[in-house]
Design a protein. Sequence first.
Length: 291
Amino acid sequence: MEFVSSLNKALRGYIARHNVNPFIRRFAARIWSWFVNKRESIELVVNGMPVRLIPYYRSLSETYEPEVFRALEKLLPGFQTFVDVGANMGLYTILAARKMNRTSRIISIEANPFTFDILTRHLSLNGIPGRVIALRKAIADSSGQVVHFGATASNAGDPCARIQKTAGGSVEATTLSLDDLMAGEDHGRTLIKVDVEGAEHLVLRGAVQQMRSSMPPVFLLAVHPMFLPEFGVSPAQVLSLLRENDYAVFNKHGIAVGELVYDEYWCVSRRHAAEFVARLSDLKAEHAVTH
């Protein structure tokens, strides 16, 4: 790293002192970017998908969240918009960019500033920064407020860097509601993945207009019962909020649930629930045949 930094400084100094042709400068910049990316990244295969990540993730499992990953891999091509709330280091954002139509919209959101830097780095390493709108925001029930995270450079990429009620020893992020994010545009069929370590209720309260729209989104919601009490909320209240807005809730296998535990859930408008569950069943059958 020290060598790369010194060489980068020397090259910038040379360019600053000499009248280098703009075409050559751009070409040299691309070559330099490729060189740095190769030195400062590793290539892994996660659930069969080749990805390039920073070395911090060298121990990432080859079968990371396989059920969720496999379902998204098959479902994403049928959506026009994918919103990754709590994108962390960006694995599912990368998957969406690989699987969705090039005219689709992909929005990747991460509030932790250190993790956000890793996210944008991974988008660049995997050649998809132009495909993704990356936002450093905390998705909540209103926009423009300031919240605080227990985040440091040492826990960048740690999904447990969560919203805190006190500002002591934490960094700031500005809130944005999904209703404000999605307002005024036709996003088509939308899939929203939510993994926010206890702030699930805030995210959903800020998406009520979307849930009541003519084309309500499908949510893939990670529920963290151990963190919800920090916001004065129980799993039953999260489930109640979804049902009040005419949503049905299913586990990863497409079975309707009556309570929420620590797991991921498909949350679908009742108008489209039967169709969605049938699609999940088809995917399960396809997987059984091929394996």
